[in-house]
Every structure is written in structure tokens, then in C-alpha cells.
Design a protein around this ligand. Structure first.
Ligand SMILES: [Cu+2]
Length: 301
């Protein structure tokens, strides 16, 4: 708990320093991480993870793999794994080929990943003011190098957050990237329960009180011209994907959909957001082969 708080504070003050000026000087500013761990200790600590996923699958529900503790995306190292970027600098308004590896506790790139929601690795890229959200799927090369074309519209400091499964265990690691230039941070939009995107209106239904560390259900209802949509398509194996990022340090929670009614445009998620304060929720859904992304600011007490 103390370690978590310390690393969040470190990430927060790094964010403040960046907000004050150019993003060019970010360098190696990442959340503080515990020293690299011994492989045997890691294996012992991880023993038992993955059994829950198998139990869920045996009851006919989609397998839900709970992340390894500490998978909040604030760390670049966790449980013997390390997110290692080959570069950290992007270009405003242009595409940059970004490469990274997941280094195992033997010091070599991991080359075998389990598919999770149809993909080998899910990459979230977001500016530290939580604008410019992207959800991407890098290509894995035979040598364990992931490659993705990254395009950032605006200068600033970005978090790249990788979510992946190895040997039935899910991990979330993060790192900082920089798009040099003059940074103008955009204030977080006010909390709202209705947002529109690409001609769709999305209403978020939530309990009046959402408490940090307690499970609650969120339902998104999608309408078009005032009518519930009936053409929701599966995207990455489910009807909706919700990512919650805590402001301002972009601590990551992936939220599982628990039910969806594609004929009425309703998707329900089980959330357990661990921190008080403000979250930015990014909902993605697909219609007619196109993915739509809508974001909500929400307060958690
Ligand atoms: Cu993904």
C-alpha cells in the first residue's frame, strides 16, 4: 500500500513538472519501481493465479483473468517482467514507428503471449491530461519485439500502457513517451452521464454513490436519433470495452462487461475502482465494422 502511494505520488509530481513547460526533458521519468525481482520468488508469488480463469470458463462464462496485483499501469516493472521501449520520442501530427519488448526475469524478451480478447497485447496510449486516448494492437515479431505505428496529434507527455497475458497471468505495465513541442494541457471535462460520438448518444447509468474499492455496476445505453440501437457488434470478443484511468496519473483499470444486449444497445460492466477521486472512463463499441470511443469523467467517493 505504501509502495503504491509512493509511486503514484512520484508519477503525479512528474506530471506536474511536465505541465509547467516543454515535454522535451522528460527522459527517464517513470514511476518508481521496486528492484528487479528474483525469478524463483516471482514464480512462488504467482502460484495460484490463472485458476480463477479456468473456473469461470468451466461455468460457461467468458474467462476473466484477474490481473497480477500491482497491475495499475504505473509501473514499468512488475513480478519479474519489464516493459522496455526501444525509443521514447514521438512526433506531433505524424506517425512514428514505436517498438518495445516485454523482458522476462531471465533478461530475454518474452516471445509467447496468450491471446486475451483475441489479441496478444492491448496498448493504451493517452496524454497525461487524459486526452488523445488510443487503444491499439501492436504486431509481435519472432524476436519478441512489438511494433506499432503511433500518431500523436499534440505535443506532450504520454503514458503507454500495455495489458497482456503470459502463462494464464495478466499483467499491466506502463511507460512514458514524449512528443516534443509546446505543451498546452487541457482541463478534464466536467463529470457527465451523457455523451455523443459519431452520431450515437451514450447514456451512462451508475449508482448515485460509487465508493472506492467497492464493486458497482455501470450500464451504458446507446441510442441513435432517440431510438435504442440494435446493431451493436462484437469487438475484440465482447460488445463493449471499458477502460478507467484515474486522474491525474492515469492509473489503469480494465473493466469487464458482464452482460450485453446487442438488440437494445445496452452493455453492463462490473467495476471496482480502487481509488477515490476522478476517473476518466473510455467506452468502446462497434457498429458496421467501425469502433466508436466515448469518454466520461466520473467522481468516486
Ligand atoms: Cu485491445
Amino acid at each position: 500500500m505504501l509502495k503504491t502511494t509512493a509511486s503514484r505520488l512520484a508519477a503525479f509530481s512528474a506530471g506536474l513538472a511536465l505541465a509547467a513547460g516543454s515535454a522535451a526533458a522528460i527522459g527517464a521519468a517513470t514511476a518508481t519501481t521496486p528492484p528487479f525481482q528474483d525469478c524463483l520468488k516471482v514464480a512462488a508469488a504467482n502460484a495460484g493465479f490463472g485458476t480463477q480463469a479456468m473456473a469461470d470458463a468451466s461455468h460457461g462464462a467468458p474467462p476473466m483473468i484477474e490481473p497480477v496485483p500491482g497491475s495499475d499501469g504505473l509501473r514499468s516493472q512488475l513480478a519479474g517482467l519489464r516493459l522496455a521501449p526501444l525509443s521514447r520520442t514521438l512526433t506531433a501530427g505524424a506517425s512514428t514507428t514505436w517498438r518495445f519488448r516485454i523482458i522476462g526475469c531471465d533478461g530475454n524478451p518474452v516471445r509467447h503471449f496468450d491471446r486475451d480478447n483475441t489479441k496478444l497485447l492491448h496498448l493504451i496510449v493517452v496524454r497525461t491530461d487524459l486526452t488523445g486516448y488510443q487503444h491499439l494492437h501492436p504486431t509481435l515479431g519472432a524476436d519478441g519485439t512489438f511494433t506499432i505505428e503511433l500518431r500523436t496529434a499534440l505535443p506532450g507527455s504520454y503514458r503507454a500502457i500495455a495489458e497482456f497475458v503470459i502463462d494464464g497471468r495478466k499483467y499491466v505495465l506502463g511507460t512514458n513517451l514524449t512528443t516534443p513541442g509546446t505543451v498546452r494541457n487541457i482541463p478534464l471535462p466536467a463529470p457527465a452521464l451523457e455523451k455523443s460520438v459519431d452520431g450515437y448518444d451514450v447514456e451512462l447509468q451508475r449508482p448515485a454513490q460509487m465508493t472506492a474499492g467497492q464493486e458497482s455496476q455501470l450500464t451504458s445505453r446507446i441510442t441513435r436519433h432517440g431510438q435504442p440501437i440494435n446493431d451493436l457488434e462484437a469487438y475484440l470478443g465482447s460488445y463493449g470495452h471499458l477502460v478507467a484511468l484515474h486522474a491525474p496519473e492515469a492509473a489503469y483499470s480494465h473493466v469487464h462487461p458482464i452482460s450485453a444486449d446487442p438488440g437494445s444497445g445496452a452493455i453492463t460492466f462490473n467495476t471496482e475502482l480502487s481509488e477515490r477521486g476522478t476517473y476518466r472512463l473510455f467506452l468502446q463499441f462497434q457498429t458496421h465494422g467501425r469502433v466508436h470511443t466515448v469518454a466520461f469523467t466520473q467522481a468516486i467517493s
